[in-house]
Each structure stands twice: as structure tokens, then as C-alpha cells.
Ligand binder design. Structure first.
Ligand SMILES: *Cc1c(COP(=O)(O)O)cnc(C)c1O
Length: 497
């Protein structure tokens, strides 16, 4: 098979293999790695529809990860999508209230981040071997809540790695925070920061690209990599489930082969929806790609006006994993829509860094015509949970509800009845309080962990293991630092001082 090389969005002349891109996480000049072309699916959908998740994952990922042998890649997939998922389907599709919900939360931390973070550590350790990397890999992660736990679960006690997770101390749900601060493993550190997710992400990016720090790390036998969705090793596994969604629709006789399918994605850092865009470019008959935002609607405004502007108030919402003003994966889309012009991409990203905003050309906007954008207010989000519960006895979390709201407004407004898949990104148990109160607003006050039991009774489903275990788990991490203190935390942990 022809080898796939990866270029940087800020320097087209960078050319590395898939395993090198995964190992590095981000390109040295600050750009993101992208495959030099988006490959086409090799088999017709009718054939892919017969495959199980693991087989399909291999068919999709082998097109991107061409320097992994068949044996290596199949082994990574086998280790990632096994019994840690509570269903052999891995990502089942449920019809409810005129849409199909692609449940991406059946992994160990009950959010969609598991879909990529269960496999990333395996892809990375194979990559380290392949490239003769002798240093220990230090995974630096900024999280808006779900990535942190999913990355910790993936990397805990993986030989040859250490992982540090930074989360906004006052910007995640109780269950999210408890999941992280109770994480076991000799190689893990969790730190809350006095700041929001964008601060955490900026701090991580700064450390990643600081030559002085990298030099000292190297001397001490360490190298950085990233488990954030800037790592292309996160993006590629996510493409799989959009192919799988169409394949399942076809297999179950819910769609005719080749008929269009809309996809709606609750969006924060733009990784998940970008994977859907890649799936479309690979040949999956996806029609519209709906980018659904919460009240932090910087992406909605971007799609409406062609101006990306992060200079605005930041809101904490009931969908904290989407409380983001700088969606880092949008850079990969920008690179595509400007015709892979690295200079232009670099210029726009410099505007973003210097002025907090940029404007794309009319020509670039033309290339966005597959996208639709919408947003949901807090009130609309709550209404979507209640509507879905009452109409279909189906329970969705607050993030999925943002997407559901955007879709139902669109459907009502346009009358468009094209089959539609909504990416369901977290289990309702992760946001139990908001879900219970959406359905029953007068419910008496309970602690967040009591609310989890209430939800369990409400929807007659047992508690997922990761939530049940919180009740007896010990808090193992209580580091809190300022934005400026992030590097100090790292240096202490690695003994660099
Ligand atoms: C991370 C996350 C999102 C946002 O996904 P992006 O890939 O960052 O756009 C949405 N919902 C949940 C539950 C998440 O954890």
C-alpha cells in the first residue's frame, strides 16, 4: 500500500510518518499534523456493513496508519475495543424521537473520548518502538472534563509513559472531577488550575513548544506527547464510528445504500465533527454536518459570518465539555478550505494568537457549504432532555441535548426529513443532576452522588461501574495551581528542578 505522509497545517513541507505524527503530538512550529490526502474507502458500504466494530476500525485506520503493520494495528484495535466496552457493538445506534442517537459512551469513562483514548496509548507505545524513541513519553493534557479521565484511564500504568492532566478547577461537574482526582496509577498526576479550559489548553501548548523546557526534559530522559485532539491519533479512530453509523443504518435496513444522512455533533474543540467531515470525504454519504454549540457559540458565529472571534464573554454552562472559545481542531478544517495553503493558515492562526480573531475569504466560505451551524441556550438544552424523555422514554445527557435541540429546531423550520444521526457524547449518569432536574424541576436537593442513584431509579438502569466506584474511592490528587504555575507542577512531578 502507498505510504501516507503527514504534513503540518503551518508548514506543508513537513513530512512525517503516521507513527511519528502520533508520537510527536504537534508539529515543532506549532501546526497540527494532517494526512497529505484524505483516503477513499476501499470497500463498498454494503460490504463494510457486514463487519463488526473492530474489523471496520481496521479497514478505516489502515488507510491512514500505513506504517503500522497489519498485526500491530489489529492488536491495538483488539486491546482498545474489548470488554472495557459494555456492549460488543461498541457504538450502538438507538432510534428515538425522529433521530438516531449514536451512543459513543459505552467505554470505561462513559464519554465519547474513550473511543479514541482507549486506543491512543497502544498506538503511541507501538510508535515509540518503531521510531526507537528511548525517552519516556510524558502526556500533557488539558481537559474540559471528559478527556482528562479518558486519557488517565487509557495511560494509567502504561509502561514508558507518564501523564499529567490539567483541568479547570471550577469548570467541571462533580462526577467529572471525582473521576479524575481518584485516578490510581504510579505514573499519573492531576492538577486543577485557577482558570478555564482555554487557559489550560494554552498553558499546555506553551510548554509543548518551549525549546528550553524540551531541552531540559530531554536531558532528564523525557519527551512530550499529547492526548488532546490536536494529536492526529485521536482524530483517526473517531472517523471509524461515522463509517460504522452509516454501515449500521444500512445493515438494519434503516437507510437505502447511498441515500444521504445528516450528522449532528455537539461541538467544543471541533475534533468529533472534524472526524465526521473526514468520513464524508472518504465517501460516506453524509449530507449536512451540523455543528451544534452551547451558549459559547463562537463556532456558530464563525459559520454564520466567516469571522472567528474569541474576544467575548466566556460562560460556564451545563455542557462543560463544550465550554471552549478556541476550538483547536478548526485549524485542520481551515487548512482544507484554503486549499492546503500553509502560509495562509499560518497567517490566520497568527491573527488568532495576536488579536483573538480572524476572517476567512468568501472563497473559503464556499468550501464550508456542507456545514450547518446551530446553538442551544441553557433553557433549550433542558427542554431537549425533557422532550426526548417524554416523547421517547430515552434519556440524553446535557451535551447530546445541545445537538438534539439544534436538530429539532432545524427539522421544524425546514421540514427536512432526511435520516439523521446525532452523536451522543456522554452517558446521562455523568451529568445526573441536570438530567434529573430537566425532567423533574422541583426535585428536592441532593448531593451530586445521590442524584446519580435518583437517575438510576428514574430510568431503571444500573449505575455504570465508573460512577459506582466513586462512592468508595479515595481522593489521591489535590494539586491546585495558577495558570502561571502549570509548568512548576510539571517540573515537580518529573523532578526537573
Ligand atoms: C469533548 C466533548 C464534546 C466536544 O467534542 P469536541 O471533539 O471537543 O468537539 C462534546 N460532548 C462531550 C460529552 C465531550 O466530552
Amino acid at each position: 500500500m502507498e505510504k501516507m505522509h503527514y504534513q503540518s497545517t503551518r508548514d506543508r513541507h513537513v513530512s512525517v510518518s503516521a507513527s511519528e505524527a502520533i508520537l510527536a503530538g504537534i508539529s515543532a512550529e506549532g501546526g497540527l499534523f494532517v494526512p497529505e490526502r484524505i483516503p477513499a474507502l476501499e470497500k463498498p458500504m454494503s460490504e463494510l456493513a457486514a463487519l463488526d466494530y473492530k474489523e471496520l476500525a481496521y479497514e478505516v485506520m489502515k488507510l491512514y496508519l500505513t506504517d503500522y503493520t497489519e498485526e500491530e494495528l489489529r492488536e491495538c484495535i483488539r486491546l482498545a475495543y474489548g470488554a472495557q466496552f459494555d456492549t460488543p457493538k461498541v457504538a450502538p445506534l438507538k432510534k428515538a424521537d425522529q433521530a438516531y442517537y449514536l451512543e459513543l459512551y459505552h467505554g470505561p469513562t462513559i464519554a465519547f473520548k474513550d473511543m479514541a483514548l482507549q486506543i491512543l496509548p497502544h498506538l503511541m507505545t507501538v510508535a515509540a518502538k518503531k521510531n526507537g524513541a528511548r525517552e519516556e513519553i510524558v502526556i500533557l493534557t488539558a481537559t474540559s472534563g471528559d478527556t482528562g479521565k479518558a486519557a488517565l484511564a487509557g495511560f494509567a500504568d502504561v509502561p514508558g509513559t507518564k501523564i499529567i492532566v490539567y483541568y479547570p478547577k471550577h469548570g467541571v461537574s462533580t462526577v467529572q472531577e471525582m473521576q479524575m482526582v481518584t485516578q490510581k496509577g504510579a505514573n499519573v498526576l492531576v492538577a486543577g488550575i485557577e482558570g478555564n479550559f482555554d487557559d489550560a489548553q494554552a498553558g499546555v501548548k506553551r510548554m509543548f513548544t518551549d525549546p528550553e523546557l524540551i531541552g531540559r526534559m530531554k536531558q532528564a530522559g523525557y519527551r512530550f506527547s499529547s492526548a488532546n485532539s490536536i494529536n492526529v491519533g485521536r482524530l483517526i479512530p473517531q472517523v471509524v464510528y461515522y463509517v460504522y453509523a452509516y454501515a449500521q443504518m444500512l445493515r438494519e435496513g434503516r437507510i437505502a445504500d447511498g441515500a444521504p444522512l445528516h450528522v449532528v455533533v455537539p461541538t467544543g474543540n471541533f475534533g468529533n465533527i472534524l472526524a465526521a467531515y473526514y468520513a464524508k470525504r472518504m465517501g460516506v454519504p453524509i449530507d449536512h454536518l451540523f455543528c451544534a454549540s452551547n451558549r459559547n457559540k463562537v463556532l456558530y458565529d464563525f459559520f454564520e459570518t466567516g469571522v472567528y472571534d474569541r474576544n467575548r464573554e466566556f460562560y460556564l454552562t451545563k455542557s462543560p465539555s463544550m465550554d471552549i472559545l478556541v476550538s483547536s481542531n478548526l485549524e485542520r478544517l481551515i487548512y482544507e478550505i484554503c486549499g492546503r495553503d500553509d502560509e495562509e493558515c499560518r497567517r490566520l492562526m497568527k491573527c488568532l494568537a495576536d488579536e483573538g480573531k480572524y476572517k476567512i475569504t468568501e472563497e473559503m466560505r464556499e468550501n464550508l457549504k456542507d456545514f450547518r451551524a446551530g446553538f442551544a441556550t441553557e433553557e433549550q438544552t433542558i427542554k431537549a432532555i425533557k422532550r426526548t424523555y417524554e416523547n421517547a422514554h430515552y434519556t440524553i445527557d446535557t451535551h447530546t441535548a445541545v445537538a438534539s435541540s439544534v436538530y429539532h429546531y432545524y427539522r421544524k423550520e425546514t421540514g427536512d426529513k432526511t435520516k439523521t444521526v446525532i452523536a451522543s457524547t456522554a452517558s446521562p449518569f455523568k451529568f445526573a443532576r441536570d438530567v434529573v432536574l430537566a425532567v423533574s424541576p422541583d426535585y428536592a436537593y441532593q448531593s451530586d452522588l445521590e442524584m446519580v442513584d435518583t437517575l438510576s431509579q428514574f430510568i431503571r438502569k444500573p449505575l455504570p461501574e465508573t460512577v459506582r466506584s466513586l462512592k468508595t474511592a479515595r481522593i489521591l490528587h489535590n494539586t491546585v495551581c495558577s495558570k502561571e504555575g502549570m509548568q512548576g507542577v510539571l517540573e515537580d512531578f518529573l523532578g526537573l528542578k
